[in-house]
Design a protein around this ligand. Sequence first.
Ligand SMILES: Cc1ncc(COP(=O)(O)O)c(C=O)c1O
Length: 397
Amino acid sequence: MNAQSSLFDGDFSALTRRLQDDAAGVWAVHDRACERFEAGEEVYLLSVGDPDLATPPRVVQAGIDALHKGRTHYAPGRGERHLRETIAGIETRASGKPCDPDEVVVFPGATNAIYSVLACLVDPGDEVVVAEPMYIGYEGIFRALNISKAGFALDADAGFAFRLEAVKAAITERTRVVFINTPGNPAGNMIGESELRELAAFCRERNIWLVCDEVYSMITFDGPHVSLRRAAAQLDNVVVIDGLSKSHAMTGWRLGWTVSSRLLADRLLDFTSSTIFGCCQFVQDAAAFALTNDEEYIQGVREEYRVRRDYVCQRVTAIAGLSCDVPPAGMFVMIDVGELGVDGEQFADQLLAAEGVSVLPGIGFGENCRWHVRVSLAQPISVLRPAFDRIARFVAP
Ligand SMILES: Cc1ncc(COP(=O)(O)O)c(C=O)c1O
């Protein structure tokens, strides 16, 4: 039979179809900018969330050494013991509460950790309560798992502050998980210790899981990050997710983890054993090295992003029609463009077309960011300076 005579007519799964119309539109400006950049045009990419900083050379060397030692085989499903001990030690010190290495599960990145946690906790049709604005990446996970999202608004008039009452009001009988992110993407907002404690207790009383994405925990400028584990009085309904992508500029290594009750960690092991089957040994060795030899490096990273944050905020403030809150943490600044009479999407489109600067429209993160654009700090001042010269020229030609 001629193999080309008929087209294969197999259908895709419902999951695949749900993902097909994922939030791709949000990235349209960024994708266009990347195309122009790759074609050799002078384009300033302020839309990326991937640190421009290099993975620390000593960490790279630790990975190479591990490869040479033959650390290229299957790893334990929970993660290598020495990495989990390192993470448990950090958690114990940060929270003031003992963390057992068996409460830690290692994943190829925080994204996979979030997917796995929600897959273990939520059935299709159940509700996850989540902040708006939220990190765009959550959307695909919710869709894949067929989870309903119930948003609660961060206070856009107060630097996107977290309001406990707003979360409580969003919880219904169908709520299985409250999902929070501190420090937050895109707004860099931080949730305070007393609010975390009260929320944890509130959720526990109602048999609701409280999951906290803390991947920006090490990038704080004005005061230390408070982890959910530190704040919560009881830990059995609490899950913390963290990783090395942002703090150690290791996005491509794919390394994240969860800290939860032993009970959930065992279920996560079942799940990851049938979906991932262990993370790379040499990546885990490099990760353990990174986490034990990083104090000076992290201080330097924090200082670098703080300088960039201050620079961006000062440039924004100097441009009539633009304004921003100064984020206390994270890798982004949200700029309010509403006074110019355009929304974030129009601003981003026109800015790219006119000046070759790409920023992300706020609407992708939530309705209450319609009038904002997100600028990434993952570019050096040598890029931010000419980019903001162009933004200034675009706003006031
Ligand atoms: C809030 C948040 N969580 C998770 C991730 C993804 O982290 P990872 O690279 O470890 O999958 C990102 C990446 O931008 C993020 O901003």
